[in-house]
Design a protein around this ligand. Structure first.
Ligand code: FES
Length: 111
């Protein structure tokens, strides 16, 4: 049986590509939810290079051409649709994907 846990609303994106939410199952983690051109993607907000958060300051993420998200620390670039690092010091490694489902404008964590 699938359990859905609300993460955010699509309205939360406004002009932004990324929204940071606290991880509902782990108070020490956060999740970056990304509004892509063809769907919503989500990853644990942890860079595979040095295991630090991707955002510059809380909730502020740098993106490139709406296709990549960049780590604030050493500029690793991750494909938003796969989480794979396509350039930078952890090239070939990936963000940890979080399974999400969107229903009626609400983004849910799928368990
Ligand atoms: S910690 Fe993210 S690129 Fe180094």
């Amino acid at each position: 049986m699938v359990t859905l846990i609300k993460l955010c609303e699509q309205a939360d994106f406004q002009e932004k590509l990324c929204v940071r939410v606290e991880h509902p199952e782990d108070a020490n983690k956060s999740i970056v939810v990304i509004q892509g051109q063809d769907g919503v993607y989500a990853y644990e907000n942890i860079c595979p290079h040095y295991s630090v958060q991707l955002d510059y300051k809380t909730g502020v993420f740098n993106t490139y051409k709406n296709r990549q998200i960049m780590c604030a620390h050493h500029s690793a670039m991750f494909d938003i649709t796969t989480g794979e690092c396509v350039d930078g010091p952890c090239k070939g490694h990936s963000l940890t994907a979080v399974q999400v489902e969107v229903k009626e404008g609400i983004v849910y964590l799928k368990r």
